[in-house]
Ligand binder design. Sequence first.
Ligand SMILES: Nc1ncnc2c1ncn2[C@@H]1O[C@H](COP(=O)(O)OP(=O)(O)OP(=O)(O)O)[C@@H](O)[C@H]1O
Length: 281
Amino acid sequence: MNVLEVKGLCKIYPGFQLREVSFSLPEGQITGFIGRNGAGKTTALKSLFHFIHPDSGEIRFFGEAFQENELSIKQRVGFISGGVDYYPKKKLRTITAVTKSFYRDWDEQDYRRYLGLFHLDESKTPSQLSAGMKVKYALALALSHNAKLLILDEPTSGLDPVSRDELMDIFMELCRKGVTILFSTHITSDLEKCADRIVYIHNGQILAESELQTFISSYQILTLSAEQLTDALRPLLRGLKPAKYGYSALIRTKDAMKAGLSGTAADLESIMIHIEKEGRA
Ligand SMILES: Nc1ncnc2c1ncn2[C@@H]1O[C@H](COP(=O)(O)OP(=O)(O)OP(=O)(O)O)[C@@H](O)[C@H]1O
């Protein structure tokens, strides 16, 4: 079952358009939302909840249309976009008391566990927290109401490597319990640790939606000298760019096999770098 289905989501800003964005999230899987700065990730994620009003598109959570079921859907979904910076002068315990009063399924034990894990002191105010701590506090709130779906915009922003690793462990633990997670990030190695799938947005349009390992293994990296870069080869290459000794490019694994070429294994970062050179997957 798909926990979220997005069809034809559009948002027009002067100078930027989210164009016919469609994707879905299968239950109990972790999906990474990737794309360059300004590609439209935050705009798309905020549009799902009408925090940004979309111009068109259909959004169904748990099979239910968002607009007609907004309150009940919000009970079942955890959302963060950056850290908590509202009520900057209120103590965290006061903000938590207000937040938890909205949720029928608030789990105080979970909340206390995340406070401890993230080393958060409830007697502080958001203005006294570091950037990473503000994100951790937002996460503690989003993870403590038994949400079945988590939509997290850059949840590792400002987090140190150890905290990021701990968060990926939390995501995998939640996923084993059947929670569905979509999170945006620029740290592709985090996705390689824990994601099942990726949704890749480029210039406001979905470029790829795929199982992560299928996506990665469908490409290889070729490193070529100037002599090896023949006219016959060029049409098979994506994102040809100068490398230390010659050139590097992506090649579809199936094309490499057909041409009798053998590249090196690609990773998500190198695939993105080459695809972005060219703007097509
Ligand atoms: N309120 C707004 N008015 C006009 N343009 C906007 C507005 N908000 C965002 N944009 C534009 O929409 C585009 C997409 O921005 P968005 O924040 O969705 O990108 P992103 O993929 O989340 O980027 P990043 O990885 O840097 O966070 C950008 O060109 C941005 O300038």
